[in-house]
Design a protein around this ligand. Structure first.
Ligand SMILES: [Zn+2]
Length: 228
């Protein structure tokens, strides 16, 4: 048995500790370094251990989120993009670009957070405009404007006259989730509430919306930990 495995997205690394005295599987999260360890009883097997860890994913994410510290971005470190951790590399091109799964940014460390913020904002404008337009066309409604902000309590909002607002930090979430938030807001142009009818409408355009919604609930605070 290897000494750790990974579950979920973004991944959680789970370190395994055999203990012949243990009567059951149990999980611990260290207060010092947030390391997650799973104690295995003598009779354990990897499949069961994994199932147990998966059943506790919500608990782990909640616990880990409470211990989140703000991350100051540096070259050579990772940041979330489309739900995956991506390495920030020093590049020579002026524009920020993704090449072979790495994020290339030019300039000094001092400029890094500003450049990344601008990159996420531009990407958010492109992507969320495209998906909002797509859903608006599908549902036959009109969008007046789209603004991007760095909001802390909501991922998107809209007004009855068709002005949509999104958090650019959504670009750190998986593409599916970004798409769901766009559908969520555009559906409000038809149903300005969270009634069962509203959710039916959302489901008709994004059948997997429940998973996307819970991804945001479980991982949303990861998107806020980066100081940009
Ligand atoms: Zn809503």
């Amino acid at each position: 048995m290897s000494d750790f495995f990974i579950i979920g997205n973004p991944p959680i690394e789970i370190y395994l500790r055999k203990n012949s005295q243990a009567k059951r599987y149990s999980l611990r999260i260290s207060n010092k370094d947030n390391k997650v360890s799973l104690t295995l009883p003598r009779w354990s097997n990897l499949r069961e251990a994994r199932e147990f860890a998966q059943s506790q994913e919500g608990w782990m994410r909640k616990h880990l989120a409470q211990q989140l510290k703000p991350i100051i971005v540096h070259y050579g470190q990772h940041i979330l993009l489309d739900g995956k951790k991506i390495l920030i590399q020093h590049g020579s091109e002026k524009a920020v670009s993704v090449i072979n799964g790495e994020l290339f940014v030019s300039g000094s460390e001092d400029e890094l957070s500003g450049k990344l913020r601008a990159f996420y904002k531009t990407l958010a404008r492109e992507r969320l405009m495209t998906s909002s337009d797509y859903f608006a066309k599908l549902l036959g409604c009109k969008i007046k404007s789209i603004t991007l902000r760095d909001t802390t309590t909501r991922w998107g909002s809209c007004t009855t006259n068709g002005s949509l607002m999104y958090s650019w930090r959504l670009m750190m979430a998986p593409r599916k989730v970004q798409n769901y938030v766009a559908a969520h807001e555009v559906c409000h142009l038809i149903e300005m509430n969270h009634s069962p009818n509203y959710w039916k409408l959302v489901e008709s355009v994004v059948p997997t919306y429940k998973a996307d919604r819970s991804w945001l609930k479980l991982n949303g605070n990861l998107l806020h930990q980066y100081k940009l």
